[in-house]
Design a protein around this ligand. Structure first.
Ligand code: EZ4
Ligand code: CO
Length: 402
């Protein structure tokens, strides 16, 4: 089966998405997500200029060889742009192979390890009372697990707190919006939020929280310890993780479970975190970590150390990535949880999909392939719009991590 065409489709049905569509001489086509939030056109150009010409004429069934060709062949290994481009090719080829086999992708991977995939939703509010009400709304929708983020007194805005509650979209301006941050205010406030949540809902629902890389290791250790009475499912990205060894310090001080990896793109970014058992959940996902082929290696390394998966699934990961991730999740033995942020109706119209939500769980569906398509006529109605993620400064103006 030869690849006859490969095209990059950029659209913005409420937010930007980059999709690679690969077609073959047997009439079977597949798609992969290549969206890198705020840097979309860099990946589109990488694909157009450096990947698509080499794809034409290749054997579509040689997924592993194609992965190795674009990884080793680039010479410049790793990095989010390269790995997103490789991920898009890889996802599209798995889609094609599964369609050719007449199977849902999870069957090709080894079959279902569970009935369905537990997901967590995002509740957020300007203050504690509003956040508690939002968590209640998610529990009413059937969610078993909810991430809670809350406005901080004295800060005008903060990560994870949105005007539009169901469709949080941080990449909201062509030039990055500037936020202000105070670790002191934050560290005092978050335990009060989780105290209120446990007082209202008890210990049955899983509760999660994302620090979004904003603390130093010792501050993260303090937060983890202060949240221990509220038994979080996980505390996410407590400190930037380029320095994997930093987590040794956090780990010495707290038993709050830790989740890291949404900005990682290879197994090397998380090898020490996993092998030293410094984290409990690895958050790499299909689009940012080299596709199904590479994500499988990461998950299998993690399995050796009883680290479970918890793939990133914010709105900037397109329905194509979500579909592929759900097949992966249904199969992967050491599955933990899947993040799930709802997409807007415009996005759903562009990407019809077989996956479905039921009572806090997602199932990828049984359509052949990964079960997500693209309606190119709908996509054409939503042209690309430049949009950047916010930046963050301390109260004195110092640049900080967003
Ligand atoms: O800020 O996906 O856990 N979810 C997150 C996301 C990220 C965005 C960045 O593009 O941290 O909301
Ligand atoms: Co996160």
């Amino acid at each position: 089966m030869k690849i006859t065409s490969a095209r990059v489709i950029v659209c913005s049905p409420g937010r930007n998405f980059v999709t690679l569509k690969i077609e073959t001489d047997e009439g079977i086509s597949g798609i992969g997500d290549a969206t890198l939030n705020g840097r979309e056109l860099a990946v589109a150009a990488y694909l157009d200029e450096h990947v698509v010409p080499a794809l034409i004429g290749r054997d579509a069934t040689r997924i592993e060889d194609t992965w190795q060709y674009f990884y080793r062949g680039a010479y410049w290994r790793r990095g989010p742009v390269t790995m997103c481009a490789i991920a898009a090719v890889d996802t599209a080829l798995w889609d094609i192979k599964a369609k050719a086999a007449g199977m849902p992708l999870y069957q090709l991977l080894g079959g279902a390890s569970r009935d369905a995939v537990m997901v967590y939703g995002h509740a957020n509010g300007g203050d504690i009372a509003e956040t508690v009400d939002e968590v209640a709304r998610y529990l009413d929708l059937g969610y078993r697990a909810v991430r809670a983020q809350c406005g901080i007194p004295g800060l005008a805005s903060t990560y994870g707190v949105a005007r539009d509650k169901m469709f949080y979209e941080p990449a909201d301006a062509a030039i990055a919006t500037e936020n202000r941050w105070s670790t002191t205010r934050y560290l005092d406030h978050v335990p009060k939020l989780f105290d209120a949540l446990r007082a209202r809902f008890g210990f049955e629902p899983h509760l999660l929280h994302d620090v979004h890389h904003r603390l130093t290791p010792i501050e993260a250790a303090r937060l983890g310890r202060s949240l221990e009475p509220f038994r979080l499912f996980w505390l996410e990205d407590p400190t930037p993780a380029e320095n994997q060894e930093a987590f040794r310090l956090i780990r010495r001080h707290t038993v709050t479970p830790l989740a890291v990896g949404e900005v990682f793109n290879t197994i090397h970014d998380c090898q020490a975190l996993i092998a030293e058992q410094l984290i409990d959940y690895i958050r790499t996902t299909v689009v940012h970590a080299g596709g199904i082929t590479h994500l499988r290696r990461i998950a299998q390394l993690a399995e050796l150390w009883q680290v479970r998966t918890g793939s990133h699934g914010a709105t900037d990961l397109s329905p194509v990535c979500m579909g592929a991730a759900l097949h992966f999740d249904l199969w992967v033995p050491n599955f933990g949880i899947q993040e799930y942020m709802r997409h807007t109706p415009e996005t759903e119209a562009v990407f019809p999909h077989a996956w479905r939500f039921e009572a806090g769980f997602l199932h990828p569906g049984d359509a052949p392939g990964h079960g997500v398509g693209i309606d190119e006529a709908q996509a054409a109605r939503h042209p690309y719009r430049p949009s950047a993620l916010p930046v963050n400064r301390l109260e004195d103006g110092t640049m900080w991590n967003w």
